[in-house]
Structures are given as structure tokens and as C-alpha cells.
Design a protein around this ligand. Structure first.
Ligand code: ZN
Length: 201
């Protein structure tokens, strides 16, 4: 839309559209890989510090756990008994401390950074190809209009699809997605128009 706003020809729109698609999908994938990898490393480090504390000072960890359970509403006796039981088993102790003290679910550390990166790349590319498709066959304002229409439909389908998970109204969620998506397109088109005008003279 930015390039269409700058009134460049269809070939330029196609080239920049596809370049933007690849660049966007690539940077999303790399960002995703880094994000999954760094948070896993951070969590692993926190868990290994906790494991060291547990090995060196199990009494302190038992007391920390007992305080956490008291804060959740157990009586002091119940909390200490529960903490005793949990600390006595090494694997359960570390798993519980990770969840209760660090707020980390150790089972979520197993996800593959490469899978996350691949999924990001494919999903970004799938979304980004939709507004570009019309420019393969059409040109000018017709292409822009068909591109907007196709994008609007795709945005609505995505917004509506998300309701399977969120349980919100299909109409509300679909419309919200369309409004925000088209607002972003309008913004980009406006920026393109400004830049196009200033470059043209
Ligand atoms: Zn601790």
C-alpha cells in the first residue's frame, strides 16, 4: 500500500511487495527464534540457580515454599507439612520451586526455536501474499481496490477464526481485525503518498 500510495508502477509494487514479504517473514522468523531461545536460556539459568540453592540450603527452600503456601491461605502447620513433603523428593522439589517461586512451567521449555521460527515465517508469508496477489493480474486503482477487498476478507476470516480460541463474538472479533488492518494499510498508503509527492518534486 505504501508503494501504491507513492504511485509507482505495478512492477515496482510487485517487486517491493514480494521483497517486503520475504524481508518481513525472515525478520519475524529470526526474531521468533531469538525470543524462544533467549527466554529458554534465561529460564534454564534461573532453574539451575534454584537447583543449586536447593542443594546447598534445602531448609531455606522449604521455608520459602511454606511461606508461599501460607500466602495462598494454608495454615502454618499445613503449609510446613506440605513443604516438607515436596522438598523431600528432589525432582518434585525443583519442579515445584520453578512453578511457585519463579513462575516458570518447566514443561514449556521444550519447545523448538526452529519450529517457532518456521511457523512465524510461513504464517507471515501467508498473510503478506494476500494483498500482493491482485497486482500480478491487475494494475492502478483497480488493483489497489481488489487488494483492499481481498485483505479485508482475509482479515475478517483471521479475526473470526481466532474466536474459536477466545470465545468472543465472530462479528466483533472479525470487524475489529478488519478495522485495525485497514487502518494500518491507510496509514502506510498515506506515508507512501507523502514520500511519493516529496520524491516526485
Ligand atoms: Zn528458592
Amino acid at each position: 500500500m505504501g508503494v501504491a500510495g507513492a504511485a509507482l508502477d505495478t512492477t515496482a509494487i510487485l517487486v517491493t511487495g514480494l521483497a517486503g514479504l520475504l524481508a518481513g517473514a525472515g525478520s519475524m522468523a529470526m526474531g521468533e527464534w531469538l525470543s524462544v531461545q533467549s527466554s529458554r536460556e534465561l529460564y534454564q539459568r534461573q532453574i539451575s540457580i534454584e537447583a543449586a540453592e536447593l542443594a546447598e540450603a534445602p531448609d531455606e527452600e522449604r521455608e520459602e515454599l511454606a511461606l508461599i503456601y501460607q500466602a495462598k491461605g494454608l495454615s502454618q502447620d499445613q503449609a510446613e507439612q506440605l513443604a516438607d513433603q515436596i522438598i523431600s523428593d528432589e525432582a518434585t522439589a525443583l519442579d515445584t520451586l520453578a512453578r511457585e517461586e519463579l513462575g516458570i512451567d518447566p514443561e514449556e521449555l521444550g519447545g523448538s526455536a526452529w519450529e517457532a521460527a518456521g511457523a512465524s515465517f510461513i504464517l507471515f508469508a501467508l498473510g503478506a501474499i494476500v494483498p500482493v496477489i491482485p497486482f500480478f493480474a491487475l494494475s492502478g486503482l483497480t488493483a489497489v481496490a481488489v487488494s483492499l477487498l481481498l485483505s479485508g476478507v482475509a482479515l475478517f476470516v483471521v479475526g473470526a477464526g481466532i474466536t474459536v480460541l477466545t470465545g468472543r463474538s465472530v462479528l466483533y472479533s472479525g470487524t475489529r481485525q478488519v478495522v485495525i488492518g485497514l487502518a494500518a494499510a491507510a496509514l502506510t498508503y498515506g506515508v507512501g503518498t507523502l514520500i511519493g509527492v516529496s520524491i516526485a518534486g
